[in-house]
Design a protein around this ligand. Sequence first.
Ligand SMILES: [Zn+2]
Length: 226
Amino acid sequence: MNLYPVIPHPTQVLVYSMLLYCQAVYQRDEEVYGCICNTCMLNLLSNKQPPLSLSNNMWIGDIPDELSILSLPERILISIYYPAAYIIKLYLKRKGAQHWDTSVLNNGLRGNVSTYRLNTCDIASMVEGKFLPPSPSILAATIRVTIIGPKNLPECCMPSMLSVNQHRVRCALQFLKQENLLYEDVTISDENLSRLLENDIPVEIVANVKHSEETTKLEEEREGYV
Ligand SMILES: [Zn+2]
C-alpha cells in the first residue's frame, strides 16, 4: 500500500491503512472523502508512493501546544539559528481609508510578512553560546514593522502576533530542552528571560516601527490579487 507509513508511529491515525492529512479528510454518509492533486493521483495510479505523501517519511505529527501558541518574536527567542529576517507590513483593511478607526483597529488591520535572508555573521555576535533566550536585542535585528497608511496608528493597537509573553517563552524552552536533542546543551537564561515582558510588544520592535504613506501603490498591489 503506497500510503502506508514507511516509519509507523503510535500516534499516527490511519484511514483504511492510509496515513492522511486529517484536516483535509471529511466524512459524509459514512464514507470518507478527501482531495488529491493530479501529480499524487498519477503516482498512485501507477502504483508509486507519491514523494510528497505523509507516508513517505514526511509526517511530523501535531505541533505541541507549547510551540504552536508562540508568536513570531517568541519563536525567534527560542531559536538556536536565525536564518531569516521578517518584514511585516500592516495596512488598513478598508480600501481608501483615511484615518485609523481605533474601535475596530485590530480587526481593521491586515498585514503580510516577508522573509529575507539574514547576514548570519552579524547575528552571531549577538548570541552568547548556548544561552537561551538571547538578549531581546535579537528582535530589533530580525523583525521590522512598517505601517502603511495615515499616520498616528496608536502603537498600543499593534497586533498581538508581535507580543511576547515571558512565561510562554520559558515553557517552550523547558519543553524543548526535555524533548529535542538539539536543545540538550542549552542553558535557560533566567537573566534574559527576566528582560522579557509579561505580555506585551517588546520595545525592540516598537522602536523600529516605520510609517509609510504609500497607500496608492499598495492598493494597486491589492487589486492585482483580486
Ligand atoms: Zn499531491
